[in-house]
Design a protein around this ligand. Sequence first.
Ligand code: HSE
Length: 438
Amino acid sequence: MNPVNVGLLGLGTVGGGTFNVLNRNAAEITRRAGRGIRITHAAAREFDAAGLPGIEAINVSDDAFAVVDNPDIDIIVELIGGYEPARELVLKAIANGKHVVTANKALIALHGNEIFSAAQDKGVMVAFEAAVAGGIPIIKALREGLSANKIHWLTGIINGTGNFILTEMRDKGRDFDDVLREAQALGYAEADPTFDVEGIDAAHKLTILASIAFGIPLQFDKVYTEGISRITREDVAYAEAFGYRIKHLGYTRRTDKGIEMRVHPTLIPERRLIANVDGVMNAVLVNADAVGATLYYGAGAGAEPTASAVVADIIDLVRTLTADPENRVPHLAFQPNAIADIPVIAMEEVETAYYLRMQVTDKPGVMASVASILGDAGISIEAILQKEPAPGAEQASIILLTHVVQERQMNTAIRQIEALDTIHGDIMRIRLEHLDCD
Ligand code: HSE
């Protein structure tokens, strides 16, 4: 059988990794796919030819549309990233009847509904395993391996840069800005690092995971998103004192009222396996009714880990080239006519536990007035810690953990506590999840 021809858009970190993995493992890949797979045409503005042995044998130009329009290409691999021209290129490839593989989480999270609908109409597939958690095959696990289950919730460390920053702050007591600079220098961070630290990158990935877990349309605009830039070394240390770690989690849960989708710093018990996922590594914990808890761990970024997912998608597409479109695995795991319009819950309706840290005047009765506001709001305190003032200072820190409460009630209580003249500055609030899987 003739080899399948692939057109590659982008020869950067992931594009280069994909080129090298496909070449290096060509024989093994052919045994798995049943046909040879070869990149015959690529587009890149600039690339490092020395790191891409064999690149001279293929047609490389800076014209991505020429690759998409090349009639000899069967599969387009989009590794340019960003919204445009990636969207236009992918839609053009689909219109030309080509299958598409992409690692572009932003593209799928924002434009996936349009792209999948176009692909459906044209009878082609768009594969995007590399868009979430790099080399971890979490899309395949959710869409196929767990397809017998009703999924209750899933949570993930799905941004390596943010996890690296929190790990370094905890282990080495380093400051946020200092670690971020290192993450940028190491090439982990997005082109715009605010995407990493403000949770936008994680929200892109969570959007995709929630759709596949619950069979709902992609709704990036409904994800509550909060970054890690306000987290201090003290918060990391206090969390540790209570037996918790602070992780930047993406979290989505099915409730009676609808679906929660949220990305924010979260205290989780340090005994959970996912609490011990450190550095740039990613992990996704899925709690489903039949299988219970399953945890997926691995490299969430980097040239060859991400290429591993891209090439697996190419192999999958090659295997399904001869299958009728209706017999393929659906893009969002559920059949297109079975995607459900389940409401996404507003953040104020969400129920969770909290870590609160506040600066208080060190005098009798302050703790009682804080406890009284919380008590009146029906908020139960689980643990409390007071740090004495520094020598010569008059303010102490109170840190407390609460039981589960609705976010709206907590917002009201925080406003009332902040209005006390014995409370100084804003209260630091971090949500807390126990991640029980019973
Ligand atoms: N900037 C991303 C991260 C890269 O740090 O996880 C992989 O999506």
